[in-house]
Design a protein around this ligand. Structure first.
Ligand SMILES: Cc1cc2nc3c(=O)[nH]c(=O)nc-3n(C[C@H](O)[C@H](O)[C@H](O)COP(=O)(O)O)c2cc1C
Length: 176
């Protein structure tokens, strides 16, 4: 798949073939692509929590209510970023964890699309309750910020291609 075509044709997929699974190498190929994302100062602060257990996939909705379709996914990957590993300035109270993690998540979505898989970004940070729920459920250290829950599987839906999303009203030349 040509990269530019892939960028335009990727859609959030929420229906999967519940019978099909991925091999470990296939999963690692997806995570490799995520790990080639850009990150501030090239810190690569991401961590990937792989969930294949069907019961756990089914239970994700209790920690993030908009993930009910994960029950039929082959797996879910929770993309996290460590707030100490990421480029940060503690005294000034900022860090790049959410940005670095989101970029890795987008690479993961695109890698899934390139491999004929369906996936959907389901948000975690900055929602405090979802972050707390995920940390508690999966024994994450306090420095670990869950960014996205990404259910992945063989697609059983083909969402409509949206209208062109290029919106001239959102483009500002030289100044707002
Ligand atoms: C930060 C963020 C959080 C999202 N959370 C959810 C979610 O919890 N559940 C869900 O089904 N989709 C979620 N989505 C997917 C969006 O609904 C989807 O990207 C949007 O409708 C555009 O559709 P497309 O991805 O097919 O282009 C989220 C997307 C982003 C970027």
């Amino acid at each position: 798949m040509e990269l530019y075509d892939g960028l335009l044709s990727r859609r959030s997929i929420r229906k999967y073939n519940p019978e099909k699974t991925l091999t470990k190498d296939e999963i690692l190929d997806l995570i490799r692509a995520a790990s080639f994302a850009p990150s501030a100062h090239n810190k690569q602060p991401w961590h990937f929590l792989v969930i294949e257990d069907k019961e756990v996939l089914r239970s994700l909705r209790s920690v993030q209510p908009w993930t009910s379709f994960a029950k039929d996914a082959a797996l879910a990957i929770i993309v996290c970023a460590d707030t100490e590993e990421t480029f940060h300035r503690e005294k000034e109270g900022w860090n790049y964890a959410q940005i670095d993690g989101a970029l890795a998540a987008q690479n993961l979505l695109l890698a899934c699309h390139a491999k004929g898989l369906g996936a959907c970004f389901c948000g975690a940070a900055p929602m405090p309750m979802v972050v707390d729920n995920l940390r508690a459920k999966f024994n994450m250290p306090e420095t670990m910020l869950p960014i996205a829950i990404i259910p992945i599987g063989y697609p059983e839906e083909t969402p409509k291609t949206p209208e062109d999303r290029l919106n001239m009203a959102k483009i500002h030349w030289e100044s707002f």
